[in-house]
Design a protein around this ligand. Structure first.
Ligand code: HEC
Length: 118
């Protein structure tokens, strides 16, 4: 069935139909990549805020260490940092422990959330 025919016959609301068609044309390609959902991310940061939510917080273990601010960092930066901790490319005991339990989807969601915060 051709698209023109489809949109004409099946859509009672032209605007809605246009949106749906546009979505398929422009957004479907991106779906292969894991895309982050900042709403889902907000529910996954409970284990991050203990360290990253506190301004000027310093960890006492394994040594005194300033915890970097991640809110407002670029999405790609957060994703690559977390993947680097997960793979061991970046070496920090607490972050490696945290990242090792995260899936690609968790990382994408959390990054989407933090990158939209200040
Ligand atoms: C136990 C404390 C602690 C917890 C919990 C924690 N982090 Fe971290 N995080 C740190 C410290 C300390 C660093 C700096 C490590 C380093 O220098 O490599 C860091 C670094 C990072 C970085 C890299 C920042 C940069 O500027 O390079 C990201 C991104 C990050 N954390 C995200 C998270 C996320 C997301 C979570 C929750 C899923 C989380 N962290 C949980 C302590 C913590």
């Amino acid at each position: 069935m051709n698209i023109k025919h489809f949109s004409y016959k099946n859509c009672s609301n032209t605007l809605f139909c246009l949106v749906v068609l546009l979505y398929f044309f422009c957004c479907n390609n991106a779906i292969a990549e894991v895309s982050g959902d900042s709403i889902a991310g907000r529910n996954k940061i409970s284990m991050c805020v203990g360290c990253h939510g506190i301004k000027d917080y310093k960890t006492a273990f394994p040594k005194t260490y300033r915890v970097p601010k991640i809110a407002g960092q670029r999405n790609e930066y957060i994703v690559s940092a977390l993947k680097a901790y997960r793979s061991g490319e970046r070496n920090h005991p607490s972050m490696m422990a945290v990242a090792s339990s995260m899936t690609d989807q968790d990382i994408a969601d959390v990054a989407a959330f933090y990158s939209t915060q200040r």
